[in-house]
Design a protein around this ligand. Structure first.
Ligand code: HPA
Length: 280
């Protein structure tokens, strides 16, 4: 059986972070591809390289700095993950979600997950934001679930209800903030795939039929882990590209395109998250 990290591993990682700062964040933010700019706004920032945190998986791709930034944002003590790891990088799903367990152990109660995603919904354009109302965890449905393996009842229940994974109060707050800031925000279903391949046009049409609005390679396993640990989750997709649904399309998907869209998405994402933090 693969080795699954336990409370002991989470505690060792948390201890290393506590040694670097006495800050007690109640809110954590995970920044997706091309969205790392928000971390620069953190005040009195203490930055810890993932390499210096025991057991933390290290980001291997451009656009993911691989730093945990602790400090204040809008007067709130926060922990910002500047970059995340993905299942396709070769880590186990338990390693990918280990940082979420560690954040919980540090006292984080509210988790804000962001991602760059492909737009499945035909009304979505590059640069749009979408509030994640629900998800389809394709990776989890295929058996690659972070809760697979022995359950530690200290962390959460064996069988987890997922009907309210994205907190209703946080969703309402995010919508209010977006409206007040004049930032259009769609609502919809995020589909989490393993990647690293982008989807074929047939897969895109399938995911659309199935009820997906955005598609990406992260987030769903983090949501499962956070919800298991009793954290409130807010999820926001930034549409970095529109999905290609025909084989004779002139366009192609690329990671460069995803990162470029970050320049468009970051100010909008930042304004919404700052607004939410002000109200929490
Ligand atoms: N597909 C999957 N993941 C993604 C995409 C996409 O089109 N864009 C950004 N992440």
């Amino acid at each position: 059986m693969e080795t699954i990290p336990t409370r002991q591993h989470f505690a060792e990682a948390a201890a290393a972070i506590r040694q670097a700062t006495s800050l007690q964040p109640k809110i954590a933010i995970v920044l997706g591809s091309g969205l790392s700019g928000l971390a620069d706004a953190v005040q009195q920032a203490v930055s810890i390289d993932y390499r210096d945190i025991p057991h933390f998986p290290i980001s291997t791709i451009p656009g993911h700095q691989g730093r945990l930034v602790l400090g204040e944002l809008e007067g709130q003590p926060v922990a910002v993950m500047q970059g995340r790891t993905h299942y396709y990088e070769g880590y186990s799903i338990h390693q990918v979600t280990l940082p979420i367990r560690v954040l919980r152990l540090l006292g984080v109660e509210t988790l804000i997950l962001t991602n760059a995603a492909g737009g499945l919904n035909k009304n979505f354009h590059t640069g749009d934001l979408m509030l994640i109302v629900d998800h389809v965890n394709m990776v989890g449905m295929a058996g690659i679930n972070p809760l697979r393996g022995p359950n530690d009842p200290e962390l959460g229940p064996r069988f987890l209800d997922m009907s309210k994974a994205y907190d209703r109060g946080l969703r309402q707050l995010a919508l209010q903030v977006a409206a007040a800031e004049g930032i259009p925000m769609h609502q919809g279903v995020y589909v989490g795939l393993a990647g690293p391949t982008f989807e074929t046009p047939a897969e895109i049409r399938f995911l659309r039929l199935m009820g997906g609005d955005t598609v990406g390679m992260s987030t769903t396993s983090e949501t499962v882990t956070a919800h298991h640990g009793g954290m409130r989750v807010l999820g926001i997709s930034g549409v970095s590209n529109v999905a290609i649904d025909q084989v004779d399309s002139q366009s192609e998907a690329s990671h460069e395109e995803v990162l470029e869209a970050g320049a468009l998405l970051t100010p909008r994402m930042t304004a919404v998250i700052r607004g939410v933090l002000r109200q929490l």
